[in-house]
Design a protein around this ligand. Structure first.
Ligand code: NAD
Ligand code: LMR
Length: 327
Protein backbone atom coordinates (compact mmCIF):
# COMPACT_ATOMS: atom_id res chain seq x y z
CA UNK A 1 0.00 0.00 0.00
CA UNK A 2 1.44 3.40 -0.88
CA UNK A 3 1.96 5.80 2.03
CA UNK A 4 -0.78 8.23 3.00
CA UNK A 5 0.26 11.82 2.22
CA UNK A 6 -0.49 14.12 5.16
CA UNK A 7 0.10 17.87 4.86
CA UNK A 8 0.30 20.00 8.00
CA UNK A 9 0.15 23.75 7.48
CA UNK A 10 1.92 25.84 10.09
CA UNK A 11 4.14 22.80 10.42
CA UNK A 12 6.74 24.73 12.40
CA UNK A 13 4.32 26.37 14.81
CA UNK A 14 3.62 25.24 18.33
CA UNK A 15 0.68 22.96 17.49
CA UNK A 16 2.57 21.69 14.46
CA UNK A 17 5.54 20.82 16.64
CA UNK A 18 3.38 18.60 18.85
CA UNK A 19 1.28 17.23 15.99
CA UNK A 20 4.01 16.14 13.59
CA UNK A 21 5.53 13.65 15.98
CA UNK A 22 2.17 12.07 16.84
CA UNK A 23 1.33 11.67 13.15
CA UNK A 24 4.75 10.24 12.38
CA UNK A 25 4.52 7.77 15.27
CA UNK A 26 1.34 6.17 13.88
CA UNK A 27 -0.99 7.63 16.53
CA UNK A 28 -3.30 9.10 13.88
CA UNK A 29 -3.55 6.45 11.16
CA UNK A 30 -2.33 3.35 12.98
CA UNK A 31 0.87 1.38 13.27
CA UNK A 32 0.35 -0.33 9.89
CA UNK A 33 -0.04 2.80 7.80
CA UNK A 34 3.02 4.52 6.38
CA UNK A 35 2.88 8.27 6.13
CA UNK A 36 4.65 10.88 4.04
CA UNK A 37 4.52 14.02 6.14
CA UNK A 38 4.58 17.39 4.40
CA UNK A 39 5.06 20.61 6.32
CA UNK A 40 3.75 23.80 4.71
CA UNK A 41 5.12 27.05 6.10
CA UNK A 42 5.46 30.66 5.12
CA UNK A 43 9.00 31.60 4.03
CA UNK A 44 9.88 32.90 7.53
CA UNK A 45 8.96 29.52 8.99
CA UNK A 46 10.99 27.40 6.60
CA UNK A 47 14.16 27.22 8.68
CA UNK A 48 12.29 26.07 11.76
CA UNK A 49 10.43 23.54 9.58
CA UNK A 50 13.81 22.20 8.43
CA UNK A 51 14.81 21.75 12.07
CA UNK A 52 11.58 19.87 12.78
CA UNK A 53 12.19 17.66 9.74
CA UNK A 54 15.65 16.84 11.10
CA UNK A 55 14.15 15.86 14.44
CA UNK A 56 11.50 13.72 12.75
CA UNK A 57 14.25 11.87 10.90
CA UNK A 58 16.18 11.47 14.15
CA UNK A 59 13.13 9.91 15.81
CA UNK A 60 13.36 6.93 13.42
CA UNK A 61 9.60 6.30 13.37
CA UNK A 62 8.77 3.00 11.69
CA UNK A 63 5.72 4.45 9.92
CA UNK A 64 7.37 7.63 8.60
CA UNK A 65 8.09 7.14 4.91
CA UNK A 66 9.40 10.67 4.32
CA UNK A 67 9.27 14.33 5.34
CA UNK A 68 8.94 17.17 2.83
CA UNK A 69 8.92 20.92 3.37
CA UNK A 70 7.08 23.48 1.26
CA UNK A 71 6.30 27.16 1.17
CA UNK A 72 3.95 26.81 -1.81
CA UNK A 73 0.46 25.51 -1.01
CA UNK A 74 -0.17 24.18 -4.53
CA UNK A 75 2.91 21.95 -4.35
CA UNK A 76 2.27 21.02 -0.72
CA UNK A 77 -1.29 19.82 -1.41
CA UNK A 78 -0.65 18.03 -4.74
CA UNK A 79 -1.71 14.43 -4.14
CA UNK A 80 -2.45 15.04 -0.45
CA UNK A 81 -4.86 12.61 1.22
CA UNK A 82 -5.22 14.40 4.56
CA UNK A 83 -4.66 18.12 5.15
CA UNK A 84 -4.47 19.61 8.63
CA UNK A 85 -4.86 23.37 8.26
CA UNK A 86 -3.22 24.66 11.42
CA UNK A 87 -1.15 27.58 10.12
CA UNK A 88 -2.78 30.81 11.27
CA UNK A 89 -2.24 33.44 13.90
CA UNK A 90 -3.26 32.48 17.43
CA UNK A 91 -5.14 34.99 19.60
CA UNK A 92 -3.47 36.71 22.52
CA UNK A 93 -4.85 37.72 25.93
CA UNK A 94 -8.07 39.73 25.75
CA UNK A 95 -8.89 38.74 22.17
CA UNK A 96 -11.86 36.67 20.97
CA UNK A 97 -11.22 34.10 18.24
CA UNK A 98 -13.46 36.07 15.90
CA UNK A 99 -10.95 38.96 16.16
CA UNK A 100 -8.77 36.81 13.91
CA UNK A 101 -11.35 36.63 11.11
CA UNK A 102 -9.90 39.23 8.78
CA UNK A 103 -6.22 38.29 9.22
CA UNK A 104 -6.59 34.52 9.14
CA UNK A 105 -9.50 34.41 6.70
CA UNK A 106 -7.09 35.53 3.96
CA UNK A 107 -5.09 32.33 4.40
CA UNK A 108 -7.90 29.84 3.85
CA UNK A 109 -9.23 30.95 0.45
CA UNK A 110 -5.92 30.37 -1.36
CA UNK A 111 -5.39 27.12 0.53
CA UNK A 112 -8.87 25.90 -0.45
CA UNK A 113 -8.08 26.75 -4.08
CA UNK A 114 -4.73 24.92 -3.85
CA UNK A 115 -6.48 21.85 -2.43
CA UNK A 116 -9.02 22.02 -5.23
CA UNK A 117 -6.22 22.20 -7.79
CA UNK A 118 -4.40 19.05 -6.89
CA UNK A 119 -5.35 17.15 -3.74
CA UNK A 120 -6.06 13.42 -4.00
CA UNK A 121 -9.62 12.36 -4.79
CA UNK A 122 -10.13 11.10 -1.23
CA UNK A 123 -8.88 14.33 0.39
CA UNK A 124 -10.07 15.06 3.93
CA UNK A 125 -9.38 18.46 5.47
CA UNK A 126 -9.41 19.42 9.13
CA UNK A 127 -9.24 23.13 9.89
CA UNK A 128 -7.66 23.96 13.24
CA UNK A 129 -6.58 27.59 12.67
CA UNK A 130 -9.01 30.06 14.21
CA UNK A 131 -11.77 30.99 13.81
CA UNK A 132 -11.89 27.37 12.73
CA UNK A 133 -15.55 26.98 11.70
CA UNK A 134 -15.61 30.00 9.45
CA UNK A 135 -12.14 29.30 8.05
CA UNK A 136 -13.38 25.83 7.07
CA UNK A 137 -16.32 27.44 5.30
CA UNK A 138 -13.94 29.81 3.45
CA UNK A 139 -11.62 26.98 2.38
CA UNK A 140 -14.54 24.88 1.20
CA UNK A 141 -16.02 27.80 -0.75
CA UNK A 142 -12.77 27.99 -2.74
CA UNK A 143 -12.76 24.26 -3.49
CA UNK A 144 -15.84 23.69 -5.67
CA UNK A 145 -14.68 20.24 -6.84
CA UNK A 146 -14.28 18.84 -3.31
CA UNK A 147 -17.48 17.88 -1.49
CA UNK A 148 -18.02 20.35 1.36
CA UNK A 149 -18.38 17.47 3.82
CA UNK A 150 -14.67 16.72 3.34
CA UNK A 151 -13.93 20.00 5.12
CA UNK A 152 -14.20 19.87 8.91
CA UNK A 153 -13.57 22.41 11.66
CA UNK A 154 -12.03 21.14 14.87
CA UNK A 155 -14.27 21.13 17.93
CA UNK A 156 -12.77 17.91 19.27
CA UNK A 157 -10.65 19.89 21.72
CA UNK A 158 -13.84 21.31 23.23
CA UNK A 159 -15.32 17.80 23.31
CA UNK A 160 -12.22 16.47 25.08
CA UNK A 161 -12.29 19.39 27.51
CA UNK A 162 -15.87 18.51 28.40
CA UNK A 163 -14.83 14.88 29.04
CA UNK A 164 -11.98 16.09 31.24
CA UNK A 165 -14.29 18.29 33.31
CA UNK A 166 -16.88 15.50 33.74
CA UNK A 167 -14.20 13.02 34.79
CA UNK A 168 -12.88 15.49 37.37
CA UNK A 169 -16.37 16.17 38.75
CA UNK A 170 -17.49 12.55 39.04
CA UNK A 171 -14.24 10.65 39.57
CA UNK A 172 -15.15 8.39 36.62
CA UNK A 173 -12.47 7.58 34.04
CA UNK A 174 -12.77 9.38 30.71
CA UNK A 175 -13.18 6.04 28.90
CA UNK A 176 -16.52 5.53 30.70
CA UNK A 177 -18.00 8.84 29.53
CA UNK A 178 -20.16 8.71 26.42
CA UNK A 179 -22.43 10.77 24.19
CA UNK A 180 -21.29 14.27 25.10
CA UNK A 181 -21.93 16.86 22.37
CA UNK A 182 -20.40 20.20 21.47
CA UNK A 183 -22.86 22.25 19.44
CA UNK A 184 -22.17 25.37 17.38
CA UNK A 185 -19.03 27.42 17.10
CA UNK A 186 -15.53 26.83 18.46
CA UNK A 187 -15.90 30.00 20.50
CA UNK A 188 -17.15 31.13 23.89
CA UNK A 189 -20.71 30.70 22.57
CA UNK A 190 -20.33 26.93 22.03
CA UNK A 191 -22.72 24.67 23.90
CA UNK A 192 -21.34 21.56 25.60
CA UNK A 193 -24.42 19.37 26.04
CA UNK A 194 -24.56 16.55 28.61
CA UNK A 195 -28.31 15.79 28.51
CA UNK A 196 -27.74 12.60 26.45
CA UNK A 197 -24.46 11.68 28.10
CA UNK A 198 -23.67 8.84 30.46
CA UNK A 199 -20.84 9.14 32.95
CA UNK A 200 -20.25 5.61 34.13
CA UNK A 201 -23.68 4.61 35.40
CA UNK A 202 -24.80 8.18 35.93
CA UNK A 203 -26.97 9.80 33.23
CA UNK A 204 -25.73 13.27 32.28
CA UNK A 205 -29.31 14.50 32.68
CA UNK A 206 -29.13 13.75 36.39
CA UNK A 207 -25.98 15.88 36.73
CA UNK A 208 -27.76 18.58 34.73
CA UNK A 209 -30.43 18.80 37.43
CA UNK A 210 -27.94 21.04 39.24
CA UNK A 211 -28.60 23.95 36.88
CA UNK A 212 -26.31 26.31 38.82
CA UNK A 213 -23.35 23.95 38.31
CA UNK A 214 -24.29 23.41 34.66
CA UNK A 215 -24.80 27.08 33.77
CA UNK A 216 -22.23 28.78 35.96
CA UNK A 217 -19.48 26.19 36.16
CA UNK A 218 -19.41 23.37 33.60
CA UNK A 219 -20.52 25.24 30.46
CA UNK A 220 -18.35 28.34 30.92
CA UNK A 221 -15.34 26.31 32.05
CA UNK A 222 -15.42 24.28 28.82
CA UNK A 223 -16.36 27.21 26.57
CA UNK A 224 -13.72 29.57 27.97
CA UNK A 225 -10.97 27.02 28.47
CA UNK A 226 -8.96 28.37 25.53
CA UNK A 227 -8.72 31.78 27.20
CA UNK A 228 -7.83 30.19 30.55
CA UNK A 229 -4.95 28.31 28.91
CA UNK A 230 -3.71 31.51 27.25
CA UNK A 231 -3.83 33.20 30.63
CA UNK A 232 -1.93 30.43 32.36
CA UNK A 233 0.61 29.51 29.66
CA UNK A 234 1.04 32.86 28.00
CA UNK A 235 0.36 31.05 24.71
CA UNK A 236 -2.63 29.24 23.30
CA UNK A 237 -3.16 25.53 23.81
CA UNK A 238 -0.83 23.41 21.72
CA UNK A 239 -0.31 19.81 22.85
CA UNK A 240 -3.99 19.35 23.70
CA UNK A 241 -4.97 20.89 20.36
CA UNK A 242 -2.61 18.55 18.54
CA UNK A 243 -3.99 15.60 20.49
CA UNK A 244 -7.55 16.58 19.58
CA UNK A 245 -6.59 16.78 15.89
CA UNK A 246 -5.16 13.26 16.12
CA UNK A 247 -8.39 12.04 17.78
CA UNK A 248 -10.55 13.74 15.15
CA UNK A 249 -8.76 12.25 12.14
CA UNK A 250 -8.40 8.83 13.79
CA UNK A 251 -12.15 8.62 14.43
CA UNK A 252 -12.98 9.99 10.97
CA UNK A 253 -10.76 7.43 9.22
CA UNK A 254 -11.10 4.42 11.55
CA UNK A 255 -14.70 5.00 12.70
CA UNK A 256 -16.21 5.89 16.06
CA UNK A 257 -16.84 3.38 18.84
CA UNK A 258 -20.17 1.58 18.99
CA UNK A 259 -22.61 3.30 21.35
CA UNK A 260 -20.70 6.57 21.41
CA UNK A 261 -20.34 9.66 19.30
CA UNK A 262 -18.00 12.60 19.07
CA UNK A 263 -18.24 16.25 17.99
CA UNK A 264 -17.05 17.81 14.75
CA UNK A 265 -17.62 21.04 12.88
CA UNK A 266 -19.22 20.02 9.59
CA UNK A 267 -21.32 21.79 6.95
CA UNK A 268 -24.91 21.73 8.15
CA UNK A 269 -27.47 19.87 6.06
CA UNK A 270 -30.18 21.67 8.04
CA UNK A 271 -30.22 19.14 10.90
CA UNK A 272 -31.42 20.46 14.26
CA UNK A 273 -32.50 23.72 12.64
CA UNK A 274 -28.92 24.82 11.84
CA UNK A 275 -29.04 26.75 8.56
CA UNK A 276 -27.61 24.78 5.67
CA UNK A 277 -23.98 25.50 4.82
CA UNK A 278 -22.90 26.84 8.20
CA UNK A 279 -19.97 24.84 9.58
CA UNK A 280 -21.38 24.00 12.97
CA UNK A 281 -20.41 21.41 15.55
CA UNK A 282 -22.80 18.45 15.81
CA UNK A 283 -22.91 15.05 17.48
CA UNK A 284 -21.45 12.74 14.85
CA UNK A 285 -20.47 9.14 14.22
CA UNK A 286 -18.13 7.93 11.50
CA UNK A 287 -18.15 4.66 9.55
CA UNK A 288 -14.54 5.31 8.57
CA UNK A 289 -15.55 7.16 5.41
CA UNK A 290 -17.82 10.05 6.35
CA UNK A 291 -19.43 11.65 9.37
CA UNK A 292 -23.12 11.11 10.01
CA UNK A 293 -25.03 13.50 12.25
CA UNK A 294 -26.69 11.66 15.15
CA UNK A 295 -30.31 12.41 14.36
CA UNK A 296 -33.41 12.34 16.51
CA UNK A 297 -32.02 13.62 19.80
CA UNK A 298 -34.52 15.38 21.99
CA UNK A 299 -33.46 19.01 22.41
CA UNK A 300 -34.93 20.68 25.48
CA UNK A 301 -35.51 24.42 25.86
CA UNK A 302 -32.29 24.92 27.85
CA UNK A 303 -30.27 23.37 25.02
CA UNK A 304 -32.28 24.97 22.20
CA UNK A 305 -31.53 28.49 23.38
CA UNK A 306 -27.82 27.81 23.63
CA UNK A 307 -27.54 26.02 20.28
CA UNK A 308 -29.42 28.87 18.61
CA UNK A 309 -27.15 31.50 20.18
CA UNK A 310 -23.98 29.82 18.95
CA UNK A 311 -25.45 29.20 15.50
CA UNK A 312 -26.46 32.87 15.32
CA UNK A 313 -22.82 33.78 15.92
CA UNK A 314 -21.78 31.49 13.05
CA UNK A 315 -24.29 33.24 10.80
CA UNK A 316 -22.81 36.61 11.84
CA UNK A 317 -19.30 35.37 11.04
CA UNK A 318 -20.54 34.26 7.62
CA UNK A 319 -21.94 37.75 7.02
CA UNK A 320 -18.66 39.30 8.17
CA UNK A 321 -16.53 37.23 5.77
CA UNK A 322 -19.01 37.89 2.96
CA UNK A 323 -18.50 41.57 3.70
CA UNK A 324 -14.75 41.08 3.49
CA UNK A 325 -15.14 39.33 0.13
CA UNK A 326 -13.66 36.09 1.50
CA UNK A 327 -16.54 33.86 0.35
P1 NAD B 1 1.83 29.43 16.07
O1 NAD B 1 1.92 30.89 15.83
O2 NAD B 1 2.74 28.78 17.05
O3 NAD B 1 2.06 28.66 14.69
C1 NAD B 1 1.41 29.03 13.52
C2 NAD B 1 2.35 28.65 12.38
O4 NAD B 1 1.64 28.86 11.19
C3 NAD B 1 3.62 29.51 12.33
O5 NAD B 1 4.76 28.67 12.24
C4 NAD B 1 3.43 30.34 11.06
O6 NAD B 1 4.66 30.61 10.40
C5 NAD B 1 2.55 29.41 10.24
N1 NAD B 1 1.73 30.07 9.21
C6 NAD B 1 1.14 31.29 9.25
N2 NAD B 1 0.52 31.54 8.09
C7 NAD B 1 0.68 30.44 7.32
C8 NAD B 1 0.27 30.10 6.01
N3 NAD B 1 -0.42 30.95 5.24
N4 NAD B 1 0.65 28.90 5.52
C9 NAD B 1 1.37 28.03 6.26
N5 NAD B 1 1.81 28.31 7.50
C10 NAD B 1 1.46 29.51 8.02
O7 NAD B 1 0.30 29.10 16.37
P2 NAD B 1 -0.33 27.78 17.02
O8 NAD B 1 -0.33 27.93 18.49
O9 NAD B 1 0.31 26.59 16.41
O10 NAD B 1 -1.85 27.93 16.57
C11 NAD B 1 -2.22 27.84 15.21
C12 NAD B 1 -3.71 28.16 15.05
O11 NAD B 1 -4.50 27.14 15.68
C13 NAD B 1 -4.15 29.47 15.68
O12 NAD B 1 -5.06 30.13 14.82
C14 NAD B 1 -4.85 29.03 16.95
O13 NAD B 1 -5.77 29.97 17.42
C15 NAD B 1 -5.52 27.78 16.47
N6 NAD B 1 -5.97 26.83 17.49
C16 NAD B 1 -7.16 26.19 17.25
C17 NAD B 1 -7.64 25.26 18.17
C18 NAD B 1 -8.96 24.56 17.95
O14 NAD B 1 -9.41 23.87 18.90
N7 NAD B 1 -9.62 24.64 16.82
C19 NAD B 1 -6.89 24.98 19.31
C20 NAD B 1 -5.69 25.63 19.50
C21 NAD B 1 -5.24 26.57 18.59
C1 LMR C 1 -8.28 26.89 22.13
O1 LMR C 1 -9.48 26.61 22.25
O2 LMR C 1 -7.44 26.61 23.00
C2 LMR C 1 -7.81 27.55 20.86
O3 LMR C 1 -8.89 27.82 20.00
C3 LMR C 1 -6.98 28.75 21.10
C4 LMR C 1 -7.80 29.91 21.58
O4 LMR C 1 -7.63 31.02 21.04
O5 LMR C 1 -8.61 29.74 22.49
Amino acid sequence: MSPVVVTVTGGAGQIGYALNFRIASGAMLGADTDVVLRLLEIPQGMKAAEGTAMELQDSAFGTLAGVEIYDDPVAAFAGTNIALLVGARPRGPGMERSDLLAANGQIFGPQGAALNAGAADDIRVLVVGNPANTNAMIASAHAPDIPAARFNAMTRLDHNRALGQLAAKTGQPVRDIRRVTIWGNHSASQYPDIFQASIGDVPGASLAVDRAWLSDDFIPTVAKRGAAIIDARGASSAASAASAAIDHVRDWTAGTAQGDWTSAGIPSDGSYGVPEGLFSSFPVTSDGEAWQVVEGLEINEFSRQRIDASVAELAEEREAVRGLGLV
